[in-house]
Design a protein around this ligand. Structure first.
Ligand code: MRU
Length: 343
């Protein structure tokens, strides 16, 4: 396969590498991801994370395995293992469905390679289009609030919600970005803060519990988040804490926008209740760990509930900003997501 480089994926000499998102921002460390076991381990540990990126990394590995001579049955088994690596972000399933179609072709090796590369290029284009569509909604002098990490780290391109924010900043419309630290794994505090710093976008890091008082003081003009799955009725699964922001935004009369590529749509999923929500290890809540070290503050045997995502009902969303443009609540109520945008 040709050499490939995005913010957090690299293919060189037919080997796949990922930028370790658990080590950032303290360390910039590229790790091998050359087998299903290695990549699934990285995905479980969130060293590779973000809905679009998970799907792209799995597709690239599958193509590389095909080039190394795995037969169709072995590739199918690899595909199914990769598909089961995380349950909530549908981009993984959507990308692998497309790879599976190519696997059925007679000449499946070049077919898989070109499909994986196409998915990467497509993601870059979709991100650009989301940024253009979304930036039109950002008013001059905006103080925006964002959650989790939706930038170049999480995609092959400029990101989703963070791509919008960055373009709006380049257009001179962003006064400040409030970055939710995003407990428990701190994707905001570690990754979004780092990306905005690199991009030169002014930001202030806050703990998740500060959003309400900032809104009450009139310091937030809009909330921008990404998505891991958008159901047919417009309900959105995203990083845990997103739903609370949507409720707060509605109470304070602040627009709440979801930015995502079409690979995040799941027309087969009728509503948010049907979205599988990943449950994660207790240790993520009883303490914190990263390249900075590990600490536990809760009692050794503390009981923990740790869902990685929550569902924001469609009625709380002001606009779904997709690569095809902004979808309004009225369009969603009329069923625009029910057959997929291209259906
Ligand atoms: O658990 P993560 O870090 O993979 O969760 C990521 C999110 O929830 C993002 O908001 C979402 O994937 C959108 S990424 C462009």
């Amino acid at each position: 396969m040709q050499t490939l480089q995005t913010t957090s994926l690299r293919v060189r000499d037919n080997q796949l590498f990922i930028l370790d998102q658990q080590a950032l921002p303290q360390e910039t460390r590229w790790l091998e991801a050359n087998s299903v076991e290695l990549l699934v381990g990285h995905i479980h540990a969130l060293r590779v994370r973000g809905a679009p990126l998970i799907g792209l990394s799995a597709s690239l590995l599958l193509a590389l395995l095909a080039e190394r001579g795995l037969n169709r049955d072995e590739l199918l088994a690899a595909l199914e293992t990769l598909r089961a690596s995380r349950p909530t972000a549908v981009n993984l399933m959507n990308n692998l469905d497309r790879m599976k179609l190519r696997l059925a072709e007679d000449n499946f090796v070049p077919a898989l390679v070109s499909e994986a590369l196409r998915l990467v290029e497509e993601d870059k284009r979709l991100c650009e289009q989301i940024a253009v569509a979304g930036s039109e909604l950002v008013k001059p002098g905006s103080r925006l609030l964002t959650h989790c990490n939706t930038g170049g780290l999480a995609t092959a391109g400029v990101g989703t919600a963070l791509g919008v924010i960055n373009l709006a900043h380049q257009q001179g419309k962003v006064e400040n970005v409030w970055v939710d630290e995003t407990r428990p794994l701190l994707q905001g505090g570690r990754l979004t803060a780092w990306e905005l710093g690199e991009l030169g976008v002014p930001y202030q890091l806050i703990t998740d519990s500060m959003a309400a008082s900032l809104m009450a003081k009139g310091l937030v003009d809009a909330v921008w988040v990404g998505a891991d799955r958008i159901a047919a009725n417009g309900d959105v699964a995203n990083k845990i804490g997103t739903y609370s922001l949507a409720v707060l935004a509605r109470f304070h009369n602040i627009p709440f926008y979801v930015a995502a590529p079409q690979t995040t749509l799941d027309p087969h999923c009728p509503n948010g209740d049907a979205i599988p929500i990943e449950q994660r290890a207790a240790s993520e809540v009883t303490g914190v760990a990263g390249s900075f070290g590990a600490v536990q503050w809760a009692p050794q045997n503390a009981k923990v509930y740790n869902p990685a995502f929550d569902v924001t009902p469609a009625e709380l969303i002001s606009g779904w900003v997709l690569d095809s443009g902004v979808v309004s609540p009225n369009e969603v109520r009329a069923g625009v997501f029910e057959f997929g945008l291209n259906g």
